[in-house]
Design a protein around this ligand. Structure first.
Ligand code: HAM
Length: 415
């Protein structure tokens, strides 16, 4: 599990703020979900034969002997939340959440055992319009973050359970002919979860898959129409996508639409966001049916992409330096006055002693644009030295009662 350093956290925060604004623009409401759920919830909904349930969950018994699991993903918990709070039956919901997920995977760049997701789940809407809306919303966020050029959308329809069963049979009988040439995992999946073989990274298996039956030839009519309408809506809005029949997703609850947003800038962990439709999930949980569709994006992966592009904005806008006991006390007060007077301004006070020169070096390193300088003289005549750190020019003197309006003008000029 990784520690997140301040510079990384600032990027996470930026993604979160941008996502918040975009989600609000589409009328989505944030919900708070627990990080622990009953183990059975994931077993039943994510699926017994998925990698997540088979080998990646952090599961333990609590003091009462109940089996609990640190959530590996948010959809199952969000559906449980919706059902228990009476938000689903005969209702329409657009919900979203942010927070840590946990999977016992082999860590590498972009893959961690604790990672943050922002996810959205929509309930009560069966048509392709909400699928299109989710994807347009994703695209808007990538654009706002300046990442659109590096991310592409891959899309597929995996139909309904009935049509998928027919496809699975055909796929298995095709792959059985090459059983011995398949990689070990895929051989095992032939009996447990054959569609996941389509996702195999093994080159030998991939070569065999080239001539495998294609799911799009097995779609039921309604699913085909659903998918065509979705594609039409994306075309209407100028959103580019690639139909990729090999996208099946690693969780069992999907039907019809499935999608992944992929980048080639992160090496092997190139999927920054994934999702799809799960019309049977609420019923499977024991609730009265409600269609659903959603996505989750990996903040850690997006942050890696953004880190390459983002300049650090430092830690302060104004840095206050002082020398002498009196000046040090005044510095603390001056900083408070400026924080009160100019909302949102980041004001850092130099704590401890040191020559002005050394303190100003720290001021420069903080990224501040202004240094406020207080010595005995300034204290005596109620003034402040103001030094511009990013422009040339001499230090000027400002009377203390004018300082707040000086800072306000300096930082908000041209707004
Ligand atoms: P998922 O594809 O398992 O889907 O995860 C979504 C995203 O979380 C991935 O695309 C990736 O960016 C990020 N992610 C997953 N595992 C890791 C990891 N070990 N380290 C870093 N990032 C990771 C779901 O979780 C579904 N619940 C999405 C969904 C919502 N489908 C419908 N609604």
């Amino acid at each position: 599990m990784q520690d997140i350093l301040p510079a990384q956290k600032a990027i996470h925060r930026k993604i979160e703020e941008s996502a918040r604004a975009v989600l609000a623009a589409y009328g989505y409401q944030e919900v708070g979900l627990p990080v622990l759920e009953q183990t059975n919830l994931f077993k039943r909904l994510v699926g017994e034969n998925t990698d997540i349930v088979e080998k990646e969950m952090y599961t333990f018994d609590d003091r009462n002997g109940d089996s609990l699991t640190l959530r590996p993903e948010g959809t199952a918990g969000c559906a449980r939340f919706g059902e228990e709070n009476g938000l689903l039956f005969n209702q329409v919901q657009r919900l979203w959440y942010i927070g840590p997920m946990f999977r016992y995977e082999r860590p590498q760049k972009g893959r961690y055992r604790q990672f943050d997701q922002i996810g959205a789940e929509c309930f009560g809407m069966a048509g392709p319009d909400i699928d299109a809306e989710l994807l347009l919303m994703n695209a808007r966020l990538w654009r706002d973050l300046g990442l659109m050029d590096d991310i592409t959308l891959e899309l597929n329809s995996i139909g309904m359970p009935g049509s998928r069963a027919a496809y699975k049979d055909k796929l298995v009988s095709y792959l059985e002919q090459y059983r011995d040439d398949l990689d070990e995992d895929s051989q095992r999946r032939l009996t447990t979860n054959p569609m996941r073989i389509l996702d195999s990274k093994s080159e030998k298996t991939r070569a065999i898959l080239v001539d495998a039956p294609c799911i799009s030839d097995f779609l039921d009519d309604e699913s085909r129409q659903h998918f065509e309408s979705l594609c039409q809506m994306l075309d209407d809005n100028g959103l580019a996508y690639k139909v990729n029949p090999n996208i099946v997703r690693g969780l069992d609850y999907y039907n019809r639409t499935v999608f992944e947003w992929i980048t080639d800038t992160l090496g092997a962990q190139g999927t920054v966001c994934g999702g799809g439709r799960y019309d049977g999930l609420v019923e499977q949980m024991g609730g009265r049916g409600s269609p659903g569709v959603g996505f989750a994006m990996g903040l850690d992966r997006l942050a890696l992409m953004l880190a390459e592009k983002m300049e650090s904005s430092g830690t302060a806008d104004v840095y206050v330096v002082s020398q002498g006991a009196e000046a040090r006390r005044a510095a603390m007060q001056v900083a408070e006055e400026v924080r009160t007077g100019v909302r949102g301004l980041r004001v850092m006070v130099h704590c401890g002693d040191g020559k002005f020169k050394a303190q100003l070096k720290k001021a420069d390193a903080s990224g501040a644009r202004l240094a406020l300088v207080l010595g005995e003289e300034e204290v005596a005549n109620a003034s402040i030295g103001v030094k511009m750190l990013r422009e040339s020019g001499d230090q000027i003197t400002c009377s203390r009662d004018k300082l707040v309006s000086y800072c306000r003008d300096y930082f908000h000029e041209g707004e």
